[in-house]
Design a protein around this ligand. Structure first.
Ligand SMILES: Cc1cc2nc3c(=O)[nH]c(=O)nc-3n(C[C@H](O)[C@H](O)[C@H](O)COP(=O)(O)OP(=O)(O)OC[C@H]3O[C@@H](n4cnc5c(N)ncnc54)[C@H](O)[C@@H]3O)c2cc1C
Length: 649
């Protein structure tokens, strides 16, 4: 309770831009009765009703109302950065509410605002800010999830009525898993457009699902998908359309339109490029997944780090038992995740800043394939990192961590699906590598000779560095060493993938799918190597901006830990490629252990400076209401007084 809005310099630095908006959300969440407790014995309906109530409350907050209105306008400075800051806090307060907010504003809102015209935004999105209705996003079908191009829902134009007929022709075309399906009024539905018998590829349509009283629109069937692993407050369902008629104006028309008499027009001629442009427009929404994963990780780490600093087990003979954080394995399991979530904080901020700048300049994201790849890579890395992190947090809190009241089990179940929805992670990594391959090809094509020379020289210098690094083992404590090692791995994987694909395609020119598929393990390795390198670079760059000496020093240690941990994870590869000698590899392991040990106590400060309101943490083992817990001194304004009292006991 006293933890509300810590104002330490590190907390402010971690908040970044729009810290005022975040403080306001923290205040609102902390004072709202709906967020003050969690019950684990609610029925599915009670869970959904509570989430709906929480969502209405959040959508009704003045700051969020304004944000929704800004979403409709173009060129709002820092819009995405601010939205992500808000979204992370809502997810921390309640993951189901955060995910529903993502469905209504990120997915439905993203579709309307990025694929629609000005008029359509006003008509189909602005009322959400007045709580008149909510929406859903219906892309996935029973038959096609990752392969969205293969969707089968039909949208046939009828010029005589100036209407589209939306139809589910078979079971495989049923829209599946759709969030807010049991409560929302409108759906942004992706369907194959056909005009005068000519197929124009997937387009997005606003389809009414039910009226404000819950009565379904004629021809629409909704089936409740009921129980899931987690996110019980989110109502996912199946949508089936039986020749549902919608007005011509309901086609979101930014990338393709149909005139009253049935003439199709689009600013993009190629059907494939057109669909890519539609998907690219949804890139900012995908970045939301990274902050959702970060919220889960931060909560898990707050709980696990605090508990590890209060629970005692074993110790030297005839002495007090030690705090479990003192066990080497305990800090080794938790500290690298803490470093990773800091790295993700800065990398996500970097990606959001780039997207904000591009949109502010009025650019379409379809031309920024680099940004699409960055966001896809971040989505995959952060959500996998979250799954690993929460599992460690669960184990590090022993039996207590298995109890629902301590939050970690629900966080695990709620966030597990992040690796799948809004793009399966393995598929996301392929988006990253396609872009890396394009960049590589462009480099060679733009100037074949200089491109080849660059490739040859980097290849030659990589081999030189291999032998050089073998003897300079003392350099591993230098961040530059780690950055170079990550860049080296990325470059080698990129070069070797090009060579492998080239030789496979040479043998059978028509079989690119087979060639790519036989390299998928290599592809995913390259994508992760790329995103690892980016996170370390962005962490290092962000620290340069930190003006407070102590914070700078603390973050630098975590940055070094992040880099050390990333190289350590791949030590087998580095040894295979003789980039590390066995002696260097051993030194990296020692460095990892030393760094984890050196930050284990400061970890208490870092988790406090995540500045997540006490009402969001709730777990009794994180001792939120226990002023005697040692970590309390980092976060509670009355700490010195409490300390004085405790010293008398
Ligand atoms: C709780 C929940 C909420 C959701 N909400 C929505 C929503 O609101 N709106 C919406 O439209 N959708 C929603 N979805 C759907 C979600 O986006 C899809 O589940 C996701 O895109 C994956 O599709 P899929 O389930 O068909 O898996 P598949 O595509 O069938 O994937 C299954 C496996 O095959 C692998 N695979 C597939 N293709 C490849 C490939 N090219 N290379 C290598 N491996 C591959 C995947 O890695 C995965 O391991 C939701 C899903 C869930 C579970």
């Amino acid at each position: 309770m006293a933890e509300l809005d810590s104002t330490s310099s590190l907390a402010r630095f971690l908040d970044g831009e729009f810290c005022e908006a975040k403080s306001e959300i923290r205040r609102e969440i902390s004072r709202c009765a709906l967020f003050q407790s969690n019950s684990y014995d609610l029925t599915l309906d009670q869970n959904r009703d509570l989430t709906a109530e929480r969502l209405s409350h959040v959508l009704g907050l003045p700051l969020i109302k304004k944000q929704l209105k800004d979403q409709v306008k173009e060129g709002q400075r820092g819009f995405l950065t601010k939205s992500l800051g808000i979204a992370e806090l809502v997810c921390a307060a309640d993951m189901a509410t955060g995910v529903k907010l993502g469905v209504v504003c990120g997915l439905y809102g993203g579709a309307i605002n990025n694929l629609g015209s000005g008029e359509q935004k006003t008509k189909w999105y602005l009322p959400v800010s007045e709580l008149e209705f909510t929406g859903m996003f219906a892309m996935t079908e029973r038959g096609h999830g990752s392969n969205v191009r293969g969707i089968l829902t039909e949208a046939r134009y009828e010029p005589s009525m100036q209407e589209f007929v939306i139809h589910t022709p078979c079971e495989d075309a049923q829209k599946m898993y759709i969030g807010n399906a049991m409560k929302g009024q409108y759906a942004a539905v992706f369907a194959q457009l056909s005009v005068n018998g000519e197929a124009q590829g997937p387009h997005c349509f606003v389809v009414p699902v039910r009226d404000p009283h819950g009565v379904l629109h004629p021809g629409v069937t909704v089936i409740d998908m009921k129980h899931k692993e987690g996110l019980h407050g989110v109502d996912n369902g199946i949508l089936i359309f039986d020749n549902v008629r919608i007005p011509r104006e309901n086609l979101l028309s930014k990338f393709g339109n149909v005139s009253a008499d049935g003439l199709y027009s689009s600013p993009i001629q190629s059907k494939s490029s057109r669909f890519n442009a539609m998907l690219a427009a949804l890139t900012p929404t995908r970045l939301g997944l990274t902050v959702q994963a970060m919220a889960a990780m931060k909560l898990g780490l707050i709980i696990a780090v605090r508990y590890s600093h209060s629970r005692r087990q074993f110790g030297p003979k005839d002495q007090d038992e030690v705090k479990i954080i003192e066990h080497q394995t305990q800090y080794l399991r938790l500290m690298p995740h803490l470093a990773a979530v800091l790295a993700l904080t800065f990398t996500t901020r970097y990606a959001a800043g780039l997207i904000d700048a591009a949109l502010y300049r009025g650019e379409d994201l379809q031309s920024s394939r680099f940004l699409q790849a960055l966001v896809a890579g971040l989505k995959a890395y952060s959500t996998w990192e979250n799954v690993a992190c929460l599992q460690e947090c669960r184990e590090c809190t022993g039996g207590m961590g298995f109890m629902m009241e301590n939050r970690i089990p629900a966080l695990k179940c709620d966030s597990d699906v992040f690796v799948t929805f809004e793009g399966d992670n393995v598929v996301m990594l392929q988006v990253v590598v396609r872009e890396l391959m394009t960049q590589y090809a462009k480099q060679l094509l733009s100037s074949p000779v200089s491109g080849l020379i660059r490739t040859w020289t980097s290849s030659a210098s990589d081999s030189l560095r291999t032998s050089f690094l073998g003897i300079t083992v003392d350099k591993v404590g230098d961040l530059r060493f780690l950055l170079k090692a990550l860049s080296y791995r990325e470059r080698v994987l990129q070069r070797s993938l090009v060579a492998r694909l080239h030789s496979k395609v040479e043998k059978n020119k028509d079989e690119f799918f087979g060639a790519w598929n036989s390299c998928l393990h290599h592809v995913t390795g390259l994508a992760l190597a790329h995103i690892h390198r980016v996170t370390l670079e962005q962490f290092a760059l962000a620290i340069e901006e930190c003006q407070v000496k102590d914070d700078h020093a603390l973050l630098s240690k975590f940055c070094l830990l992040h880099g050390t941990s990333l190289v350590y994870q791949e030590r087998a590869w580095y040894l295979e490629h003789k980039y590390l000698t066995p002696a260097t590899s051993r030194k990296i392991r020692t460095q990892l252990l030393d760094l984890c040990k050196s930050v284990k106590d400061e970890a208490l400060k870092v988790v406090s400076d995540f500045n997540i309101p006490a009402c969001c943490i709730q777990a009794p083992i994180a001792g939120v209401s226990n002023p005697r817990a040692e970590w309390a001194f980092y976060s509670q304004p009355e700490a010195p007084a409490v300390q004085k009292t405790l010293s008398k006991l």
